[in-house]
Design a protein around this ligand. Structure first.
Ligand SMILES: Cc1ncc(COP(=O)(O)O)c(C=O)c1O
Length: 467
């Protein structure tokens, strides 16, 4: 079973060709939602070629790839070829990414990628962290570090996580795992401000507060909380500030958007997910800390079988989050940064922001569609005039089933609306035209399409948009 046979080598060649084809046509047709007959597990097995063929031809096509240019739901992810190829090789390298003892300089490569993220956020030289499976684990790890070694007046660990109302669901989940309650500040529809936070902190004993969690790119709206005000308030109350920039942090690369993030460099910990908008395959999320020694004290596992070989002063990726065995999932990010250079990253993020702006202007120029909020980053929320909740769901299911697009409704201020999230530089204005055009009813289409075409043509020529 462990010997590489001729059949495996043939499959290897086929997988390499398949990877090449897939990455050169990310919009290739799929059959979302269909249910293939899965080959069954037997005592004898069917061989690598048969297992791979089932996966390639029957199983993988039932998904809707997150790098499809019209995957505009939730927060997608469009990895670069360099990151994908290195990720595939990493499995074959069988690297245990938890310690230098086993991973050698792989740890240094991940450390370089963490350093790049710390610099992007503006954390000082001593800042450090690790890569975990997702923003959810990153948020949990940061909150565990924030609480470590502290006591509320009753002798128990601090029991309250203060979070902006637009914080990601994983913050509530992390608080539940930790046995904490969540005190909510502000409104889910607007960015959290220092003034929203002040009364919530005033009403709590500072010793009982684990941390304040602010969003730098709320999942629902893309809005960035007022981080400088929030940092000031946290400073006055002596509270740990965790900034969840899992989705939005990538926009720090766009010079025109950096101002929105003023104050992020004052955070005690930050979540930023390369598997969202930094073009790295799943799964790759980073948690970084201003003072990594605190995180290490919280997370480093100790046991006879570990301590005998792992030097106490070693800087091991396992020591900074809720994990021990780990994939060296930061390596594909590092390799892609080395391969493509950071200018390409800036261009790719800006391209996504431009496509979001194009969609917002398209909607503005339409009689049938209406923007719900002005986008701050790359999330665009809008309504289709006259539609009820069930109309959005019907359209969304039809678009998914037909393979046109994955776009899901959400709600804002109690109203069901549509949400587009642009994190894929391959998504073009043509894709936006297809998706938004499909929302116009047959009666509207005749008049609206001609009007829109003119307006959009004007828009395109007034901006240097990708065509
Ligand atoms: C702001 C934010 N935080 C946390 C998460 C959770 O990340 P993950 O799904 O990688 O666990 C998400 C996911 O979309 C997010 O948008």
């Amino acid at each position: 079973m462990h010997e590489l046979v001729a059949e495996d080598r043939e499959v290897l060649g086929d997988i390499a060709r398949w990877i090449g084809d897939r990455l050169s046509d990310r919009a290739a047709e799929t059959a979302p939602g269909s249910a293939p007959g899965l080959p069954v597990v037997t005592a004898e097995g069917v061989g690598t070629a048969a297992a791979w063929t089932s996966l390639r031809d029957a199983i993988l096509p039932t998904g809707f790839p997150t790098d499809h240019p019209r995957y505009l739901a939730f927060v997608g992810g469009a990895p670069t070829p360099a990151a994908v190829l290195v990720d595939a090789a990493l499995s074959a390298a069988a690297v245990y990414g938890g310690s230098e003892l086993e991973a050698g300089a792989v740890v240094a490569a991940e450390r370089a990628a963490i350093r790049w993220l710390c610099d992007l956020v503006g954390l000082p030289q001593g800042a450090h962290g690790t890569f975990v499976s997702g923003g959810s684990t990153a948020n949990l790890s940061a909150l565990v570090a924030a609480r470590h070694g502290r006591q509320a007046p009753d002798g128990r660990p601090p029991g309250v996580v203060v979070a902006g109302a637009s914080a990601h669901s994983s913050v509530r989940s992390a608080a539940a795992i930790m046995g904490c309650r969540v005190a909510v500040a502000g409104s889910p529809d607007t960015p959290l401000t220092g003034a929203d936070l002040e009364p919530v902190l005033d009403a709590l004993d500072p010793a009982d507060v684990v941390a304040v969690v602010a969003s730098a790119g709320a999942t629902n709206t893309g809005a960035v909380d007022r981080l400088d005000e929030i940092a000031g308030t946290c400073g006055r109350h002596g509270t740990w500030l965790h900034v969840d920039a899992a989705y939005g942090g990538a926009a720090l690369l766009a010079p025109a958007r950096r101002g929105l993030f003023r104050g992020i460099d004052l955070a005690d910990s930050v979540t930023i997910d390369p598997h969202k908008w930094l073009f790295t395959p799943f799964d790759c999320a980073a948690v970084i800390y201003r003072d990594p020694a605190l995180a290490r004290a919280a997370h480093r596992q100790s046991a006879h079988y570990l301590d005998a070989t792992l030097a106490d002063d070693a800087d091991n990726p396992a020591d900074y989050a809720v994990h021990l065995t780990r994939r060296a999932r930061g390596v594909p990010l590092w390799a892609s940064l080395v391969a493509n250079g950071t200018d390409a990253y800036v261009d790719a993020v800006e391209r996504c922001l431009e496509t979001a702006t194009y969609a917002a202007k398209w909607i503005d120029a339409s009689d049938e569609l209406e923007l719900v909020t002005e986008p701050q980053l790359s999330v665009v929320l809008f309504r289709r005039r006259g539609w009820q909740a069930e109309d959005y769901v019907r359209w969304s299911k039809q678009a998914w089933r037909s393979g046109l697009a994955l776009v899901t409704p959400t709600s804002l201020a109690g109203e069901v609306v549509l949400r587009l999230c642009f994190v894929n530089p391959v998504t073009s204005p043509d894709d936006v035209d297809l998706v938004l055009g499909s929302l116009l009813g047959p009666a509207d289409r005749h008049h609206a399409v001609a009007r829109r075409t003119n307006r959009v043509a004007a828009l395109r020529s007034s901006r240097s948009l990708p065509t």
